[in-house]
Design a binder for this molecule. Sequence first.
Ligand SMILES: [Zn+2]
Length: 445
Amino acid sequence: MFPARRTDVSVDEAPGRSAPGPRGVPAQLASGSYPIKESDMIDHRRLGRDLELFVSDPLAGAGLPIWLPAGAAARHAVEEYVRELERRAGYRHVYSPPLGKRELFELSGHLGYFADDMFPPMRLSADDEFVLRPALCPHHALVFRARGRSYRELPLRVAEIGGMYRAERSGVLGGLSRVRAISLNDAHNFCALEQVGDEVREILRLIREAHAALGVRPAGFRLSLRGPGEKYVGADADWARAEELLRAALDGVDYDEGPGEAAFYGPKIDIQIVDAAGRESTISTVQLDFDKPERFDLSYTDADGRRKRPVMVHRSLVGSMERLFAYLIEVHAGAFPAWYAPVQLVVLPVDDGQADAAVDLCGRAEAAGLRAEVDLAGSLGARIRDASRRKVPYVGVVGRREAADGSVALRLRDGRGLDPLPAAGALALIGAVVAARSADLLPAG
Ligand SMILES: [Zn+2]
């Protein structure tokens, strides 16, 4: 994505908007510069500390949080899910470096339009300068350009959860919601103009699927269009066609229009969320771009043998991992669905006599692919309270009778308790909920 103006909201940059939100959020609350008061802190920073998800250490630098093992485990599960969803939808994943030659970002236009939001270039020698990238698009354009392309390969969907950097001022940084090092769930879909409608519809379907699995509740859809008095690239006919395609893809969806909020290279659909402090931001986006294919001279050979320019669709299903988790931590109050809970099962022996049986059950859970721990120290009540404080979805209690017959009594995070089950049945139950990516802690039916 490549925002032309600082006011331009794309998923990989400004976390707040100045316009009133769909829930009537006042402008000053919707602004990213709104100072967060201690009283507003149901917020993810406190939960992130309490649940040991991430840490912000001044020695590492503001806006450069470190993901701790619990946060990393949850993020890993989400990244795996997103990659699998994309793979099934025909995306090809790549890895590209988070820095590149100055000339790459001159060609892309970032150094011309966006330098204020980038870290200063790093000079190795007089003619060798490197830039920390503010977006992934330039590298993905080079993936398309790596060899000649045929119309048969389109749409070519290049995806990556990739690192990028923004030189945000230190005063606006906080927790995971506004950071300087960003891991974006990004993709660039290169397609023929006549494929754009179906492509955008399919992207919107994937966005809905990802939101449902993760527990994201969008506050609204916005179609961001050209407005008067701004500079835009591309032919009027292309813009008209692109707007028509986006409108058609939004058929049946409730959406606002944002005149003047398009990217300078094309119109876009933004999907908004509102955080616990009432600030609105973009979590998912679909942007049509006629400019970068020109800048990078991208082309494919059409069925008639002629060279044609593809359209570049920038899209993010769930935004950056940082902003996504800032939101998910708050919306679930730290109690993630079982499939991405950092620890899914804690096994508690009632007393030392069942320690071996508890360790054995934990090992079986891990062998079944679950994230499990044993807690041996302290009274049973204190260990149950600790698992509850940590929002662990399943606690498996092993008493004398359970140890003897190889069963376990499951207690669910929401307070429900199950009669003792054979260990294999208990692990199968948890495995079924995890595999279904269900929000409930019991299998359906
Ligand atoms: Zn992009």
